[in-house]
Design a protein around this ligand. Sequence first.
Ligand SMILES: *[C@@H]1O[C@H](CO)[C@@H](O)[C@H](O)[C@H]1NC(C)=O
Ligand SMILES: *[C@@H]1O[C@H](CO)[C@@H](O)[C@H](O)[C@H]1NC(C)=O
Length: 443
Amino acid sequence: MELCVRASSLLLGLLLQLLSSVDVVSAAQKFGINYGQIANNLPDPTQVAGLLQSLNVNKVKLYDADPKVLTSFANTGVEFIIAIGNENLQSMAGNPGAARQWVTQHVQPFLPATRITCITVGNEVFSGNDTGMMASLLPAMKAIYAAVGELGLGGQVTVSSAHSVNVLATSFPPSSGAFREDLAQYIQPLLDFHGQTNSPFLINAYPFFAYKASPGSVSLPYVLFEPNPGVRDPNTNLSYDNMLYAQIDAVYAAMKAMGHTDIGVRISETGWPSKGDEDEAGATVENAAAYNGNLMQRIAMNQGTPLKPNVPIDVFVFALFNEDMKPGPTSERNYGLFYPNGSPVYAINTGAGGVSGRTGPFDPYSAQMFSSASRLAMTSGMGVVVLLGALFLRASSARTTQQRKKVPSGFESSFQTNGNQPLSRTIESFPRVTTIAATIQRE
Ligand SMILES: *[C@@H]1O[C@H](CO)[C@@H](O)[C@H](O)[C@H]1NC(C)=O
Ligand SMILES: *[C@@H]1O[C@H](CO)[C@@H](O)[C@H](O)[C@H]1NC(C)=O
């Protein structure tokens, strides 16, 4: 087995060398990906680095600060967002020593070889009902921010937190976006912090949830970035042809209502499952390929939202791998672009200039990223890389099954509020979107 690994590793190395010598035109904006590890069958991070390099991915978001991953990506140029789990917030809030120790241990040793650019403190803290945790969030962020500064890393590492879009009480029309009133006491000072520290506001946004909750009334083309009449915001006259952009602009409006026009919004998670339970409408391979493919096309076009046309959307797709140990409905375990063995779950057409709605064959290494002369060579070459990668990963699966990832406590629950929101909450968040979508369908 060792021999097999070495042989395929050698081949893979040769191929990557060959491919990198091809004239690569990297005009396209690259996208980010969430590298979740709630699984018992994922490949070794050293192999994942190669897989990501073969994709057009240059940003990775982790849910922890796995030293093995951070080490594996040294000198790759890949940017990392790393995370402090919800379970650590209370102990870090107002505890400079603990915060400083965390940064000293989880950030400092990997810089500058691994490009850690952001630390997210907590995930979807406001989606739960733990008010103690909510109250700890900002103090924990401030403690980490202070530690980053004291260690001289302030210029390179920002501090943020990721929130579900259901922190909004109103999300449509986007210009009426508003945060939940019960969260204002936490979010107002949080926004002040973001403004002062020039850090982005991160949201996890899943138009899939809106569709799943009301498949009869939410327009599928509208949530999948496929051609549709769009929805006009009556207050601004801006027209929205997809729900994700409407959600982003709703967050901008909500921040503006709290006095902040100085904070950027980024999508820390979005995605679409390729499989779900019987009652999970829309969770299909075709829809997942359309959602992610169309989204990647728009990222490649440096597109902004109607409200911020000159600010390209900044997106981390969820997720790199299917994660077999995630609790909840079947969809939860099927958000991955890849199976754990490195083979793609579906073909994605990231497009070669089409705006949206293209459903052509898999061509991720298209003219957008590579010169046309090298395109054919690239496409076939990449196919081989993926195959070899799969072989490579399978050879070492015996090893990786022993490195079962420990699920940190608190993480599961944060995921439950994320990917597995109670239906009522989801519906609550999108009532007006649903109404509008119904209007579209009637037209
Ligand atoms: C918080 O939510 C959990 C699960 O959603 C529930 O079991 C618990 O009773 C809630 N606690 C409070 C104080 O509402
Ligand atoms: C939107 O368009 C309508 C009709 O064209 C116009 O009357 C209205 O003033 C516009 N509103 C804004 C905010 O531009």
